[in-house]
Design a protein around this ligand. Sequence first.
Ligand code: DQA
Length: 143
Amino acid sequence: KQFMVINGPNLNRLGKREPAVYGHKTLEDLEGQLLEAARELGVGITCVQSNHEGRLIDAIHEAADQYSGIIINPGAFTHYSYAIRDAIASVDLPVIEVHISNVHTREEFRHHSVIAPVTKGQIVGLGLYGYVMALTALVKGED
Ligand code: DQA
């Protein structure tokens, strides 16, 4: 089984970007940690990061046929991208939305996700470990 891990805008700056909020680990560290978890779970992952909405939509479409699920952190697009929401609704795959920070303790505009209603579930505020939890749930959880 193969899973797609999609990180949206500004997540290429993990480790340097607001470390008090997002921690000191880099995107490379995150993807390495996920590859390790995938190996232990006996599945494969493909990691995509882009700052461009259209590229994120393309990655969701690419996952449609060959993949078993998607883990996505849409970054700030979470709060307003109906195009990403529609892309997720267009594929018949389980999708888990991950946020590194606890968006509910932050600015009001981060409290609402336009993505959440078309996902299987959401993991918020548990740091990079949230991605490992999402992958584990997709592999071991019930459909
Ligand atoms: C984020 C939360 C978003 O509000 C923010 O725009 C991000 C990162 C998170 O992982 O905590 O870019 O998705």
